[in-house]
Design a protein around this ligand. Structure first.
Ligand SMILES: [Zn+2]
Length: 465
């Protein structure tokens, strides 16, 4: 707490005084008049957007007059009289060229109400406690200067990005929730054709906002700094801090969500014991627009909900609330209200007191695989060698069976046991009949935790990895 760590700066040897020979300002590209005498000519080319991972370079053109640039990215090169490149620069802008494909629906009737913007910054694979370690200055700034609040127990609803993104942005459950281990009923997916096309006609939350025609909805999903390894996130703290400081005047009129989708899944720290919690507990930090930072009722609701067990379905319900219901009172009334009435995913607005039926948040009541649930149950180590052998055999059978069921056994080796790390029972085992085995396999050195439940015939069933 309170300690500042100065990490090695990868830009330490860069010439920070260098400025580009070309200027991109308000969509117009030109040669810097002060540099004109130093160059023979400059050329430029734009990059046409294809998809988030691909762009196509267009032809080079000579930069003589000011040119209007109709793409997000333009590269420039300037040459001296003896033909040497003296400057290269990649300029970026957000080109607002494509009109929205969503028609504003005037019948929604909320068009005249005052509406703050919605800004969602998703840091892929970043957990709640990891963010406190890696982004201390950023979170502290949000909390002290921008009415930010940390929500400690957001539970992921699926293993990786897509089930969490679907829950957050559409309120859809795309995989089943296997909950027998905690004596709750399994839930089937409520939507399963998830890779069959674009989601343009579905109620994706930001398109629903677009229909209203007023607020800005920004969704930024960043992967590079945190997806493959947790450590690089430390280096981004200062940059995020700068970003929030610089944009504070704009963000003072926004609901700002800084969040993860799930916790860290790769890298050495993913093997640490702490990761068992962090992997299931994505970051959720919400900052309020300035006019709401002293709203007594709202602050009380948020404080109470900040220590509740939440899911991405609650984040979705909150966005629905800010779209449809909170504007009805011009954001003055945050009393109890069930914004997603009758939904099996139990999503409810974080900005309001939870309706009674949602008050009890446990592994039995959230639509999440028992193996991902954040609640911790008492367990004890097992030392019965016969039982350990039986459990490890069943766990490996189930694991190899899972590979077969998913049609990948042809490309994967049959997994065999390398080392057992722990075998535990959930106490009292006579009641729970539930076991957790943690082991390493020889073939990939992969580590697995498997939940096994014994039925009344003494047969073990897998209840989650
Ligand atoms: Zn992800």
């Amino acid at each position: 707490m309170g300690m500042t760590v100065d990490w090695d700066n990868p830009m330490a040897n860069c010439n920070r005084n260098h400025t580009p020979y070309t200027i991109l300002k308000d969509g117009w590209l030109s040669i810097d008049p002060e540099r004109k005498s130093q160059v023979d000519y400059c050329r430029a080319r734009t990059y046409e957007y294809i998809n988030p991972e691909k762009s196509r370079p267009r032809s080079w053109f000579n930069l003589v007059e000011k040119m209007q640039i109709d793409q997000d990215i333009v590269k420039t090169e300037c040459y001296s009289k003896d033909g040497k490149i003296v400057d290269q620069w990649l300029h970026t802008q957000i080109y607002e060229g494509n009109p929205s494909t969503v028609e504003v629906d005037k019948s929604l009737g909320n068009g005249t109400n005052f509406r703050p913007d919605i800004v969602m910054i998703v840091l892929d694979s970043v957990s709640s406690t990891q963010a406190r370690r890696s982004l201390p200055r950023t979170l502290s700034y949000l909390e002290t200067q921008m009415g930010g609040m940390h929500f400690h127990h957001l539970n992921k609803v699926g293993e990786n990005t897509s089930p969490n993104a679907y829950a957050m942005l559409l309120g859809w459950r795309i995989y089943s929730a296997n909950r027998k281990a905690v004596n709750a009923k399994d839930l089937r997916p409520d939507h399963d054709k998830i890779c069959s096309g674009w989601r343009d006609k579905d109620p994706v939350i930001f398109r629903e906002y677009e229909k209203i025609g007023i607020p800005k909805f920004l969704l930024h999903w960043s992967c590079e700094a945190s997806h493959d390894l947790p450590n690089p996130l430390y280096h981004t703290d200062q940059d995020y801090l700068n970003f929030f400081q610089k944009n504070k005047p704009i963000l003072d009129n926004a609901f700002l969500f800084v969040m993860g989708d799930h916790g860290p899944r790769f890298g050495t720290p993913s093997k640490a014991e702490l990761n068992k919690r962090e992997i299931n507990n994505p970051l959720l930090h919400i900052s309020l627009p300035k006019f709401l930072r002293n709203h007594t009722q709202l602050i009380k609701n948020l404080q109470e909900n900040s220590i509740r067990l939440l899911t991405q379905f609650d984040v979705h319900a909150t966005l629905v609330d800010l779209l449809k219901f909170a504007p009805e009172s011009n954001f003055t009334d945050f009393s109890e209200f069930d914004v997603m009435e009758g939904n099996e995913n139990n999503g409810t607005s974080i900005f309001r007191p939870f309706p009674e039926k949602f008050q009890k948040r446990t592994c039995q009541t959230i639509p999440v695989n028992a193996a991902y649930c954040l609640c911790e149950y008492k367990k004890e180590n097992i030392d019965d060698a016969m039982l350990i052998e039986k459990l490890s055999k069943v766990a490996l059978e189930k694991l190899n069976g899972y590979l077969r069921e998913n049609g990948v056994s042809g490309s994967c080796e049959t997994l065999t046991l390398d080392k057992i790390k722990s075998v535990k029972s959930f106490i009292p085992v006579e009641k729970t009949n539930l076991y957790e085995i943690h082991f390493i396999v020889k073939e990939s050195k992969g580590e697995f935790r498997v939940l096994l439940k014994k039925d009344s015939n003494g047969v073990f069933h897998r209840e989650g990895f």
